[in-house]
Ligand binder design. Structure first.
Ligand SMILES: [Ca+2]
Ligand SMILES: [Ca+2]
Ligand SMILES: [Ca+2]
Length: 307
């Protein structure tokens, strides 16, 4: 790995004091750099509890993820005075000035006059954009960019899944923020370069399997025992079976039920693929177990048999 520059080092290289961080550079790969640190620019402060998303950049490295992946590290230039504390927030723009939190880092205290680098693990989708939350009254949030740059800001500290209106725009500025986006070929939420100890060779599977019931009892029957056979659309899937809305239990095909009570019953079966995706709508079969015939009939059959 000699001569290669790791993703954290690449972030640090944007700041003014990169040299010290180069020493601890991990293995490099195809990580994408997001955002930008101010370098020689003097950053402006955010107010306490401000949240901000970079809504556009006129040129240069994007703040929005160009592809799906995992944000594995982030960096912030700590102002020389009181640098404060804050966190990385990854936003998904939902329209207008509304943004939903995809994920966020732990709160971090910034050291003055240096590039502050932190590790994190936030799975993101293409188009998600990095931003900041200022925990304290003084955090050097943004610096002068170019015409066409814009930041959307608001007050609040929303949790993942919550939406905040970042209704106050700040033009011609860039957030004092950079991040590493690593690929996640097996979609397990761990960045493939520095976090994933085992990259699934099957790749990314987000599709749930589909179960088909291939045989079962007749729609109306006097048989109180029932046997079901079923298949999954994906080889290697496991199954769970359910009778009449009870608990799902691990099962296999064929699956037998003994002494089912008379009346209408519903059998349901769902499958789970090797990547852990569970079918949301199970396959079902409804049938009616009719009352047994009287003993008289038995006698008759028995008698008949002997003739
Ligand atoms: Ca992975
Ligand atoms: Ca993996
Ligand atoms: Ca699948």
């Amino acid at each position: 790995m000699a001569g290669r520059v790791g993703p954290i080092a690449r972030i640090a290289a944007l700041g003014a004091v990169a040299a010290a961080l180069l020493i601890a550079a991990p293995a490099a790969g195809a990580a994408t750099l997001l955002g930008q640190l101010p370098g020689g620019n003097s950053p402006d402060d955010c107010v306490e509890n401000a949240s901000a998303a970079q809504s556009s950049v006129a040129a240069g490295t994007p703040y929005a993820a160009p592809s799906d992946g995992v944000v594995t590290a982030w960096a912030h230039w700590g102002d020389s005075g009181t640098p404060g504390s804050g966190r990385l927030v990854v936003w998904r723009h939902v329209g207008g000035t509304s943004y939903t939190v995809v994920g966020r880092s732990d709160t971090a205290a910034f050291s003055p006059g240096s590039v502050n680098v932190f590790t994190t693990r936030i799975p993101v989708a293409a188009g998600d954009v990095i931003g900041l939350h200022a925990d304290t009254a003084v955090v050097s949030c943004f610096f002068s960019g170019m015409a066409g740059d814009a930041i959307d800001t608001g007050l609040g500290n929303p949790a993942p899944g919550e939406t905040l209106d970042l209704a106050t725009p700040i033009p011609d500025r860039r957030l004092n923020l950079a991040a590493n986006l690593e690929p996640d070929a097996d979609c397990d939420g761990f960045g493939d370069e520095t976090q994933d100890g085992s990259i699934n060779p099957l790749g990314c599977d987000k599709e749930a399997p589909v179960t088909t019931i291939t045989s079962g009892p007749a729609p109306k029957t006097r048989q109180r025992n029932a046997t079901f056979a079923f298949v999954s659309s994906e080889p290697g899937s496991s199954f769970q079976c359910q009778l009449d809305g009870g608990a799902f239990v691990h099962c296999g095909s064929p699956f037998g039920l003994l002494k089912v009570k008379k009346g209408s019953h519903t059998f349901a079966v769902r499958s789970k693929d090797l990547a852990g995706n569970v079918e949301q709508t199970p396959a079902t079969l409804t049938w009616l177990v009719k009352k047994k015939k009287k003993k008289k009939k038995h006698h008759h059959q028995h008698h008949h048999h002997h003739n």
